[in-house]
Design a protein around this ligand. Structure first.
Ligand SMILES: NC(=O)c1ccc[n+]([C@@H]2O[C@H](COP(=O)([O-])OP(=O)(O)OC[C@H]3O[C@@H](n4cnc5c(N)ncnc54)[C@H](O)[C@@H]3O)[C@@H](O)[C@H]2O)c1
Length: 364
């Protein structure tokens, strides 16, 4: 698959600073970077769930792991000064829509001020060449229409989480204009990009109020799955897909600088933008053992109904595109959970899936 592969020699020995490494996506990315031979420093609070992929896969074995709070500017400054990274990937966040209704101050403090603290640390350290700020498909002003959002569409957000990520995009654009301006790249040497991914699925996600973890939890306990909004449409994708996009973007930001210093969507193909009910059907039939789900008719806080990303830009300019269709992505999730339930080593299961995926996307 031409254009899809990573360049392992780029990552070998490269100093990378990753925020949010104790989380679901951060654990997958940390293991991938470790397997590529990067010199990795992670900065995050303790794992947000119990169990956690970070602990079960012993993610901190082959990296420097700093457990600290991004709401503390001195903490992130000190960690960055010590690490002297070239590449920064920012994923630390309060990432849950429903929780953001209960904790709006925490959500904005982490997702907005936390990002500013990170960018100030980048300005202070002087070693950084590339920053990838990971936001979300929910950063767009949602019009509940059938078309995919493009990178040029307005930012928005009904709930505090979505709005905080729209803010994170806006402040990244302001920092890019004010301090990391592509026109003055030779003065500062920093290229800042942002990445908007879809709803990711994969083994090792135990977050509350997220579809796949809710389903796997219920199926593992042989309970009927209760689903809030079966008609909602989301751009589903395996966690390794956007992560490959972040790595690809970071590589371009280092090697080609300001040309790629902008916003990028990393979503699935259009055909994989499916309803929640469709995902439930597939997971229940793939699980077997009489697994069932039913609609939960209660009152729920507002969540977007129809959400789709247009990935034409990443496809044509970054030569990034999805490598897995949704059925294969769901099979990877089921396999991962079956092997874990059989007692196999979680680090090995996860690294095997990364290896398999990387082979799929390699040129030969
Ligand atoms: N999971 C998805 O479907 C999805 C979709 C689009 C975007 N994203 C984004 O990807 C990123 C990672 O999401 P995830 O699903 O892995 O979430 P997660 O909850 O599993 O991980 C969040 C990480 O952020 C860290 N963190 C939270 N508050 C912090 C603080 N104050 N200081 C330092 N670290 C803090 C946590 O310790 C953890 O390491 C987030 O930015 C999220 O918004 C996720």
């Amino acid at each position: 698959m031409e254009g899809l592969e990573l360049n392992p020699s780029f990552w070998r020995g490269r100093k990378v600073f990753l925020t949010g490494h104790t989380g679901f996506k951060g654990s997958w990315l940390s293991l991938w970077l470790q397997s590529l031979g990067a010199e990795l420093t992670g900065f995050a609070l303790a794992p947000p769930t119990q169990p956690s992929l970070f602990e079960e896969a012993s993610v901190n074995n082959d990296m420097t792991s700093i457990i600290a709070d991004i709401r503390e500017p001195q903490a992130i400054q000190a960690a960055m000064q010590k690490a002297q990274p070239e590449v920064v990937i920012h994923m630390a966040a309060q990432p849950l829509v429903r929780y953001s209704y209960q904790a709006p101050i925490e959500t904005y403090a982490t997702n907005v001020m936390g990002t500013i603290h990170l960018l100030e640390a980048v300005r202070a350290v002087g070693s950084v060449k590339a920053v990838v700020n990971v936001t979300t498909d929910k950063c767009y002003e949602n019009r509940e229409w059938v078309w995919g959002y493009r990178e040029t569409d307005p930012m928005g957000g009904f709930d505090p989480y979505s709005s905080s990520k729209g803010c994170s995009e806006l402040l990244s654009a302001a920092y890019r204009s004010s301090f990391f301006n592509p026109h003055f790249y030779s003065d500062h040497g920093v290229a800042l990009g942002t990445a908007r991914a879809g709803n990711v699925i994969g083994g090792g996600d135990w977050a509350q109020d997220r579809l796949i973890p809710d389903i796997i939890r219920a199926l593992s306990q042989r309970e009927t799955v209760h689903i809030r909004n079966p008609q909602s449409i989301r751009p589903w994708q395996h966690v390794l897909e956007p992560i490959r996009g972040y790595l690809h973007l970071a590589e371009k930001l280092v090697t080609e600088g300001p040309r790629f210093a902008e916003a990028w969507n990393f979503g699935p193909n259009d055909s994989d933008t499916r309803t929640v009910g469709w995902i439930c059907d597939r997971l229940c039939s793939g699980w077997g053992e009489g697994a069932r789900w039913k609609s939960d008719e209660g009152q729920h806080p507002h969540e977007a109904g129809h959400l789709k990303l247009d990935i034409s830009k990443a496809r044509s300019l970054l030569e990034w595109e999805p490598a897995l269709d949704l059925d294969r992505a769901l099979n990877l999730v089921l396999d991962w959970n079956r092997l874990r339930n059989k007692g196999e080593d979680v680090r090995t299961i996860t690294l095997d899936q990364i290896n398999h995926y990387q082979q799929l996307t390699d040129r030969n």
